[in-house]
Design a protein around this ligand. Sequence first.
Ligand code: THU
Length: 144
Amino acid sequence: MVKTFSALASHKKILSKKLVKDIKKIVKFAYAPYSGISVAAGIYCASGNTYIGINVENSSYSLTVCAERTALFRALSDGERKFLLLLVYSPQVDFIVPCGACLQVLSEFAPDLMIVTMNKNEEFKFYPIKTLITQPFKIARRKS
Ligand code: THU
């Protein structure tokens, strides 16, 4: 069992903003006809901007993209590069935690990200990403 961490005042402030409202609103747009598990995620950037995303499944199951990566890719596409907190929510899964693939992708851009998961009652659990993925795969960048 991974230990949970307590929220800093800065985290509470972020969560009191519209991020919670936004992901509860968009979770209905999740495209999950195969699993029936709708997920929404929101990423809070150092710029103060937030980006939200949903899971998108496919009849070729392995092509599914999780909500966390949708949110991250939206932010990256807007030029964001510094991320402070990711909030994830599913009405079907109590305190959903990002899968290993998403943790790998998130840790490439945000090795110090705070991951927050929320249940239906808007209660939160906090996990620094390093507690969920201790050894992300890395390759040294080539010098060009
Ligand atoms: N899923 C997410 O979007 N995020 C997670 O944290 C775990 C799982 C999605 C993928 C798939 O569409 C469905 O939930 C069931 O695995």
